[in-house]
Design a protein around this ligand. Structure first.
Ligand code: FAD
Ligand code: MG
Length: 326
């Protein structure tokens, strides 16, 4: 019997997992396309019927969350907030909790991670694909609409000023990963890999009990890994970098991670940030925030978070990793 995930909040770059499976091992994989991302779930040591049932439950969950959190789906909670013109919008308790978690992660990262950056991301064309380098005045105007102070809750309804709005692009896949992990574990899966583009979630260890070997793609070339480490399971491994989504104009690259202080793509000395931890939402938000902070500030910030491991890659190809990584 498949238990559907309860609807309370349960708490990039393509990471390639180089893990072999032993001969004769029962391995089932399924890929999905959703949230503008190729997703893949691989289950080990389960029988085929259970695997197929779990793939369908997971796909239902992926679509359910896309329909709550997508800026591109007019009926979603997020899109209705962004189109509300200052009116009060009733949203699900789940979205309320997601927004409140995002606001506290914004405070934790001194505003580097900020879901209200929506009007600025929109100005650069990252939702419409009509990419453009905005006029400085337009950026200044859009920045005036950014800030957590613009989000007012009344129970499970929310109000935001006209033309402001939210973008959960840097946290919702982290949240989705946590929920898919719960669904699979609640249904007895002890060894699995969930890949959601730059977010990878490991369940258990490899079926033979060994740790997973995780390889981080190089931010400098399509087919190289830049670092590989062994990881035991039940962790999210989330990478953010400037080369995931960008456009080029007059020989300059403009990427999708916006510094809420400047309204421009973050001018970082980091090429990619990989954060490893139990809480997928936190890993997702931090990978984006620390990229924006840059090397020095990121290392100071990370020195205070014991429960997080990390791999920072600088533009000079220096690799800085937490001591607890192999
Ligand atoms: P991350 O670093 O994790 O996030 C960067 C993204 O977060 C940016 O793309 C922007 O959306 C936002 N962001 C930028 N700066 C900040 C900041 N300072 N603080 C907070 N957030 C910031 N893509 C499509 O092409 N088509 C779709 O239909 C589509 N639907 C989606 C639906 C959902 C529910 C989600 C979560 C994502 C969807 N996406 C879609 C992808 C989305 O547009 C982002 O590109 C993607 O989530 C970025 O994830 P990342 O790991 O590559 O980068
Ligand atoms: Mg992210």
């Amino acid at each position: 019997m498949i238990k559907k995930a309860v609807s309370a909040i349960l708490s990039v770059v393509t990471l390639l997992l180089c893990f072999g499976c032993n001969k004769g091992e029962r391995v089932f994989s399924k890929t999905f396309f959703a949230m503008g991302t190729m997703m893949k779930i691989t289950l080990y040591d389960v029988d085929e019927m259970l695997a197929n049932q779990l793939f369908s439950v997971c796909y239902d969950e992926i679509l359910r969350e896309e329909n709550l959190f997508s800026v591109n789906i007019a009926a979603s909670d997020v899109a209705r907030i962004n189109a509300s013109k200052g009116d009060n919008v009733n949203i699900s308790q789940e979205t309320v909790l997601m927004i409140k978690n995002s606001v506290s992660l914004s405070r934790l990262t001194e505003g580097a991670f900020d879901i209200t950056v929506y009007p600025v991301v929109k100005l650069w064309g990252f939702y419409s694909s009509e990419y453009a380098v905005p006029e400085n005045d337009d950026i200044t105007k859009a920045l005036g609409l950014v800030g957590n102070k613009n989000i007012e809750f009344y129970g499970s309804s929310v109000t935001m000023p006209e033309n402001s709005g939210i973008d959960l692009g840097a946290i919702a896949k982290g949240y989705l990963g946590d929920r898919l992990k719960s669904i699979l574990k609640e249904n007895g899966v002890e060894s699995a890999v969930i890949s959601l583009g730059g977010n990878v979630i490991l369940i258990g260890n490899k079926a033979n009990g060994e740790p997973w070997s995780v390889a981080i793609k190089s931010p400098f070339s399509q087919n190289e890994f830049i670092y590989e480490f062994l990881s035991f399971g039940n962790l999210s491994v989330v990478t953010s970098g400037a080369y995931e989504r960008y456009f080029e104009k007059n020989g300059k690259i403009y990427h999708h991670i916006i510094d809420p202080k400047t309204g421009f793509p973050a001018d970082s000395d980091l090429a990619s940030v990989t954060i490893i931890g139990e809480d997928g939402s936190m890993c997702d938000a931090l990978s984006t925030a620390l990229f924006i902070m840059g090397k020095e500030k990121a290392l100071t910030f990370l020195s205070k978070l014991e429960e997080i491991s990390y791999v920072l890659v600088t533009n000079e190809r220096e690799i800085i990793k937490s001591e607890n990584l192999s």
